[in-house]
Design a protein around this ligand. Structure first.
Ligand SMILES: NC(=O)c1ccc[n+]([C@@H]2O[C@H](COP(=O)([O-])OP(=O)(O)OC[C@H]3O[C@@H](n4cnc5c(N)ncnc54)[C@H](OP(=O)(O)O)[C@@H]3O)[C@@H](O)[C@H]2O)c1
Length: 194
């Protein structure tokens, strides 16, 4: 049976997987068929998550996001990925009189800066980039999505108006200010669908 939520043949990287949201996400992704790469600081709890994963060929890497060396090793151990879920995070409630720039920076370092920097490195090396042609073939059973240009697929339910000026055509979309170009090769099909 067709399952649009299937993660068969996908590899998903999940941070903060030794506990809480990250652990639950890793287990669910594995149940949906994904191979998962999980990371966290605490080796014992990370391994507890690992033991609850369904399927095979999962990877676990212990890494502390405060440690640059750990992050570098983690990135080298990552395979090509289809997706990333950042769940690593800390909460540190501090009374106002004890707040310092250093304490705030350390919270933001784990909750924001490191995930963004790790994603940047992964994006450069390890993330599969999809093509519009591929996406088009994956969603071609949904008749509301239509290709209008080399760089655009739109949901025709949100098309506001097809415009024409001289020889060029473009679309306006409800609630979106940008003008979307329409190529000549897709024009006829678009007009038929409106
Ligand atoms: N749970 C909620 O309802 C909720 C709601 C909104 C937002 N959040 C936020 O979402 C995040 C995750 O929440 P949670 O409930 O899943 O928290 P959690 O159970 O405490 O899990 C936090 C995860 O982050 C990892 N982590 C913490 N510091 C790290 C570091 N320096 N390097 C690498 N990994 C580190 C922990 O690894 P170790 O266990 O190995 O240390 C653990 O796997 C937190 O930032 C939280 O504030 C949670």
């Amino acid at each position: 049976m067709y399952n649009p939520f299937s993660l068969e043949d996908k590899t998903i990287f999940i941070t903060g997987a030794s506990s809480g949201i990250g652990r639950a996400t890793a287990i669910e992704c594995s149940k949906l068929g994904a191979k998962v790469v999980i990371t966290g600081r605490n080796e014992k709890r990370l391994n507890e998550t690992y033991c609850q994963l369904e399927g095979e060929n999962h990877i676990q890497v212990v890494a502390d996001f405060f440690c640059n060396n750990d992050i570098e090793i983690l990135i080298t151990k990552l395979p090509i990925l289809d997706g990333i879920v950042h769940c690593a995070g800390i909460t540190n409630p501090i009374p106002f009189q004890f707040i310092t720039n250093e304490k705030l920076t350390s919270i933001f370092s784990i909750n924001f800066f490191t995930p963004v920097l790790v994603s940047k490195e992964i994006y450069k090396k390890k993330l599969i980039r999809n093509t519009l042609k591929n996406i088009e073939s994956q969603i071609n059973q949904y008749s509301n999505f239509i290709r209008i240009h080399r760089i655009c697929i739109v949901n025709r339910h949100y098309i506001e108006k097809l415009h024409k000026s001289n020889d060029s055509h473009w679309l306006t979309i409800k609630g979106f200010d940008e003008h979307l170009p329409v190529s000549r090769q897709y024009l006829l099909k678009l007009k038929e669908s409106l």
